[in-house]
Design a protein around this ligand. Structure first.
Ligand code: PLP
Length: 390
């Protein structure tokens, strides 16, 4: 055998590699500036300086004030703090008891909202979506109430790539005086995270989706001096009292650098990724029978291609692709091994025969046309193989 088998990673929506430029910014905070940011001595001051510089860089990217950034352990914790923290605060402040979310939220939002409904007796209502998984701002205007504690709508969907009209939804919530949260964990790698353009009051980020380290994230909280959140992790007075615990300084520094790079390189990344994505989508729809694109045709993440193949077995397909050297996903990484169709694909109206045959291909910094061609060469055969076995 002389053929070289190289693995091709096409799952950038699940996680991204750490950018070497990010790593080099992080390293001194492991072995040189290792002090606790809360300490008075010079070691603590060095760590504190790194922390506050990072907060400033993130605030610049988000077009907000530095004290509106709360660092968390990741996107999931940020979503949890936004939802539970706001729901409890608004219940205490004004007896608000109603939560409005889309039916295509990441489990970090949807399961938190369900827990708030089931255990804490909030009234949970879902917005409608169209076949592309998009929320209609008019539906928000219809369903929002004076007793709504919080509205939460995902900025760009992780499974189907669809981008929501966040600025328009935000304007409606602002008008009614209701807090509005968006999960921008997937979007931040590619879309402008400007909280003023987006009209959001809360926004969640996670660094490992934009070439930063895993296990670090942030919550943007507008005008945090108004104390609109009940903390979920109590302890020291870090993060304005909203999130106790010693700062993970190296990761925070890394997150800031990665987010900064995503801003200054956004248009270059788009220019490279969009034609590759569109080529991939066109080729897959042309070469695989009974195939459809899931999510919006045009209004989707620049690196995101997602499909449903009628009668195919999505999990089996992922295994066959892996053996052939291609790492893809069927949707949310958390759902691997779950034989039930994904909630997101069911919510956009796909029946079981389509929804169980889903495939998500997400591109990144090292993806090239050669890799796409190699994938397209084998994909139709592999899809049909899983069809005959089902
Ligand atoms: C990955 C992801 C999360 C969870 O973020 P973690 O940092 O992995 O905890 C939340 N929401 C969306 C849309 C995501 O893609």
């Amino acid at each position: 055998m002389t053929t070289k088998t190289t693995k091709v990673y096409l799952d950038y929506a699940a996680s991204t590699p750490l950018d070497p430029r990010v790593l080099s910014k992080m390293l001194p905070y492991f072995d040189l500036h290792y002090g606790n940011t809360s300490s008075i001595h010079s070691f603590g001051q060095e760590a504190e300086a790194g922390l506050e510089a990072a907060r400033g860089i993130i605030a610049e990217s988000l077009n907000c004030k530095a004290d509106e950034i709360i660092f968390t352990s990741g996107g999931t914790e940020s979503d949890n703090l936004a939802l539970r923290g706001t729901a409890f605060a608004e219940r205490i402040r004004r007896s608000a008891n109603h939560i409005l979310i889309s039916p295509v939220e990441h489990p970090a939002v949807s399961r938190t909202a369900r827990q708030l409904a089931e255990i804490f007796k909030f009234e949970l209502e879902f917005l409608s979506i169209d076949a592309a998984g998009m929320v209609d701002p008019d539906d928000v205007a219809r369903k929002i109430k004076p007793t709504t504690a919080l509205v939460s709508v995902i900025y760009a969907n992780n499974e189907i790539g669809t981008i929501n009209p966040i600025p328009e939804i935000g304007a409606i919530c602002r008008n009614r005086g209701i807090p509005f949260h968006t999960d921008a964990v997937q979007a931040a790698a590619h879309l402008p995270p400007d909280v003023n353009l987006l009209n959001v009051d809360l926004m969640s980020l996670g660094a490992h989706k934009f070439y930063g380290p895993k296990g670090i994230g942030a919550l943007y909280l507008r005008n945090q001096s108004q104390r609109l959140l009940i903390p979920q992790i109590t302890g020291g007075s870090q993060e304005f009292g909203y999130r106790g615990g010693t700062h993970n300084t190296p990761y925070i520094v890394g997150m800031a650098e990665a987010l900064h790079l995503a801003q200054i390189e956004r248009s270059a990344r788009h220019t490279r990724l969009v034609p590759l994505r569109d080529y991939l989508i066109g080729q897959v729809l042309e070469s695989v029978q009974d195939a459809q694109l899931t999510g919006h045709m045009a209004n989707r993440l620049p690196n995101h291609a997602s499909f449903a193949f009628k009668g195919a077995d999505g999990n089996e397909l992922l295994m066959l692709l892996d053996i052939a050297g291609f790492a893809c996903s069927s949707g949310s990484a958390c759902k691997t091994g779950n034989p039930e169709p994904s909630e997101v694909l069911s919510a956009i109206g796909l029946d079981r025969t389509w929804a169980l045959g889903s495939l998500r291909i997400t591109l990144g910094y090292d993806t090239n046309e050669e890799m796409i061609n190699a994938l397209i060469n084998i994909l139709p055969t592999l899809v049909n193989k899983t069809r005959s076995r089902r």
